[in-house]
Ligand binder design. Structure first.
Ligand SMILES: NC(=O)c1ccc[n+]([C@@H]2O[C@H](COP(=O)([O-])OP(=O)(O)OC[C@H]3O[C@@H](n4cnc5c(N)ncnc54)[C@H](O)[C@@H]3O)[C@@H](O)[C@H]2O)c1
Ligand SMILES: O=c1ccn([C@@H]2O[C@H](COP(=O)(O)OP(=O)(O)O[C@H]3O[C@H](CO)[C@H](O)[C@H](O)[C@H]3O)[C@@H](O)[C@H]2O)c(=O)[nH]1
Length: 346
């Protein structure tokens, strides 16, 4: 297996921090760039060069590529809140699309040959088929999904014109935390169901709203394909190997387990794991929520030697809960969450 220096953008965020661990565990040298808008300095492990800065900063990127000998970029940095993208679309087209363009330009300029991009099932919008294959028409129903789809298109065009191959990974619903408890989701004011539910189980919220119970699903609540964040991180490391092995080939793959759980099934799992009962509040549908979103994962399974290790809802919830408890200890140390004062540190 080739080991190449990798720059992880957004490596102080939830999924990026898990990718940093997976890359390190696999023996790749890793560096992180993050502007800490939603990420945390404490999420970057000791010994990983950390550059506090923005992915649109061409001079900084040039310096990082030179200092680190970067051969691949894993691009997680971005804005991720769907309703916010509806109320403030220009923020999403700026931070996700325009700044991805700046990053890709710096990558091309420096001759970095491999690029892995965090895309999303939100690019499919409200698909008419289930499960969703990579060839299902992409019709985003919100600016977040469109901002990501535009970056997919840029990568495809740039790879055709320059010496770059890429892998687009379209994540379904990412949840859970590092099984060894090294990192997890620390996002302030999170809206993701499993994070919200474990916060409620630990008394940080009074209840969990169930957004719609009249969907065309077995129990009427929304069905999603929840993928453990560490299985997702492992897929990134394998995708990198595939890009290195065949520099003429680019890839686009769904990341999910190919099965779905309803909101009520998720809340039942949290009750089961904690042996408590979370208060549920039945509410109306959230705008733009599809009834069900389940991946067809046959392509990733056929392309990569990817064998999920944590495809079990109770395991995902158990790991999310363990991290939520640990987060209380970390938050007890205010300096750990405070903004960094240096422009970069290595
Ligand atoms: N969480 C999910 O379920 C999910 C699903 C599909 C796709 N994704 C994608 O995965 C990626 C990571 O999401 P996450 O859940 O870890 O979110 P996150 O907010 O925890 O992480 C994003 C990180 O990027 C950093 N960042 C944002 N803009 C930046 C910029 N301009 N320059 C430098 N750093 C910047 C933030 O500080 C943060 O650390 C995102 O691109 C997101 O769209 C997430
Ligand atoms: O408090 C909550 C939160 C969520 N839900 C429901 O739980 C399901 C999952 O909702 P999430 O907010 O956890 O996730 P989404 O499916 O809305 O979206 C997530 O997964 C998408 C891909 O599937 C995109 O990538 C998106 O960025 C990411 O936030 C939905 O049916 C939602 O209506 C609730 O009932 N109550």
């Amino acid at each position: 297996m080739s080991k190449v220096p990798v720059l992880v953008t957004g490596g102080a965020g939830y999924i990026g921090a898990h990718a940093v661990l997976a890359l390190r565990d696999a023996g790749h040298p890793v560096a992180v760039i993050d502007n800490l808008v939603t990420g945390f300095r404490f999420a970057v492990p000791d010994g990983v060069p950390f550059y506090e800065g923005d992915i649109e900063d061409a001079d900084l990127l040039k310096r990082i590529f030179a200092e680190q000998g970067t051969r691949a970029v894993m691009h997680f940095a971005g804005s991720v809140v769907v309703p916010e993208s509806v109320s403030n679309p220009l923020k999403y087209y700026h931070n996700n699309t325009a700044k991805s363009r700046a990053l890709i330009a710096a990558v091309v300029e420096a001759g970095v040959p491999h690029f892995i991009f965090s895309s999303t099932a939100a690019t499919y919008g409200t698909p008419e088929v289930s499960p969703v294959t990579e060839d299902t028409p992409q019709r985003p129903i919100n600016p977040y999904g469109m901002s990501k789809l535009m970056t997919e298109a840029m990568l495809s065009d740039v790879a055709a014109a320059h010496a770059l191959n890429y892998c687009v990974l379209r994540y379904f619903n990412v949840a859970g935390a590092d099984p060894q408890g090294r990192t997890g989701q620390s996002t302030a004011g999170a809206t993701h169901l499993i994070k919200v539910a474990v916060e409620a189980a630990l008394g940080k919220r009074a209840s969990v709203g169930v957004f719609g119970s009249d969907f065309d699903t077995p129990d009427g609540t929304g069905v999603r394909d929840y993928i453990h964040v560490s299985d997702l991180a492992a897929a990134h490391v394998l995708a990198l190997q595939a890009l290195i092995a065949d520099p003429g080939e680019s890839l686009t793959m769904n990341c999910g387990y190919g099965r779905g759980f309803s909101v009520l099934e998720v809340l039942d799992a949290v009750d089961r794991v904690t042996n408590r009962k979370i208060m549920r509040e039945m509410q109306g549908r959230r705008p733009g929520d599809p009834a069900a979103l389940i991946s067809d994962n046959s392509r990733i399974k056929a392309t990569l030697p990817w064998v999920p290790r944590y495809d079990h809802l109770d395991t995902i919830v158990t790991h999310a809960l363990a991290w939520e408890r640990k987060l209380d200890e970390i938050c007890g140390q205010p300096s750990a969450r405070g903004p960094s004062t240096s422009s970069h540190s290595t």
